[in-house]
Design a protein around this ligand. Structure first.
Ligand code: PAF
Length: 311
């Protein structure tokens, strides 16, 4: 595994791989890697000849009062995880490499970036879209992998790729959860033991709504109420919304299209997000929906295979 700190050295190396006709997979990250990132890397290693991971805590996607300065970092562990998971190249630029003096051009996403986290973190998705576009141009991957936990981010990036004709396939990998359901996130490391217990109610609520949907409940108000009833332990529920899974438009009334139930909440001083997909039985679905469905079914099969069995 090779590590690069400059764009020049990385692109020179990648040129050789591309000349050899190798398929490049890309996993952009902000480091402090966990099993959720590992799942993205594993997917890339399975589908591509070489996998590039970037580790860059992107300052432009943090607001002035957010956690940029205390965002957790663990470069040595990150290297070990990447090496064990079969990564070929790591790109670890510093901020000056990505945003040199005089930098002034940004990518402004459209309405998909406005609700949910976009409303609470103004400018966040501009920062994400800008750095992801830059990284795509630097790495020029055939495929890039993102976690479903950041569902709105995935939607913003799919839209960006469509709108700007970027020649990269976007793969969304299902959320990896702790055994008690908490979605893996680098920010979970901020949680005190008590807050860690309290945080469970988010996934419990989402999974309860997903189970009700599976049993035929289609009323958006009732699905949200089922989730909210469990989410009593958080300090502030920032949003709990049902959105169209493709457009992120609000899903009111009876849920007929694939939808995402998305939550953001603060638990102590930590802000957490999570979501589940509510997908109808696979009849006439698009390729993207079929991919989401098959990932979701794979996850369910793996989870039930790993469940402790009565002796
Ligand atoms: O999801 C993340 O870790 C970041 O938003 C990303 C995509 C690496 C851009 O900085």
């Amino acid at each position: 595994m090779l590590t690069f700190r400059t764009i020049k050295s990385l692109t020179e190396s990648l040129r050789g791989y591309r000349a050899a006709g190798l398929r490049v997979g890309f996993v952009p990250t902000m480091g402090f890697l966990h099993a959720g990132h590992r799942a993205l890397i594993v997917e890339s290693v399975a589908r591509c000849d070489i996998t590039v991971v970037s580790i860059f805590v992107n300052p432009t996607q943090f607001g002035p009062n957010e956690d940029l300065d205390r965002y957790p970092r663990a470069l040595e562990q990150d290297h070990a995880l990447c090496r064990n998971a079969g990564v070929s190249l790591i790109f670890v630029p510093d901020a000056g490499e990505i945003y040199p003096p005089g930098f002034q051009t940004t990518i402004e996403p459209g309405p998909v970036a406005e609700p949910l986290c976009g409303a609470i973190r103004p400018g966040h998705f501009r920062g994400v879209a800008t750095v992801v576009t830059k990284l795509f141009h630097i790495v020029q991957p055939e495929v890039a992998f993102f976690g479903q936990k950041d569902f709105q981010q995935c939607t913003v990036i799919r839209q960006l790729v469509r709108d700007l004709n970027l020649p990269v396939e976007i793969v969304t990998v299902p959320t990896v959860r702790e055994p008690d359901g908490l979605a893996l996130s680098s920010r979970n490391s901020y949680l005190s033991p008590v807050d860690r217990q309290r945080a469970r109610c988010l996934s419990q609520g989402l999974l309860a709504a997903q189970a009700a949907y599976g049993q035929g409940e289609r009323d958006s108000g009732r699905l949200i109420a089922i989730a909210r009833a469990q989410m009593t332990e958080v300090d502030q529920l920032q949003y709990l919304e049902l959105r169209d899974a493709r457009t992120l438009e609000a899903a009111h009334g009876i849920v007929e299209q694939p939808a995402a139930l998305c939550v953001a909440a603060s638990v102590g001083a930590t802000r957490l997000i999570d979501n589940v997909l509510l997908i109808p039985p696979p009849t006439a679905l698009s390729d993207h929906e079929l991919e989401l469905v098959s990932h979701a079914l794979d996850r369910q099969a793996t989870a039930s295979a790993n469940e402790p069995r009565p002796s």
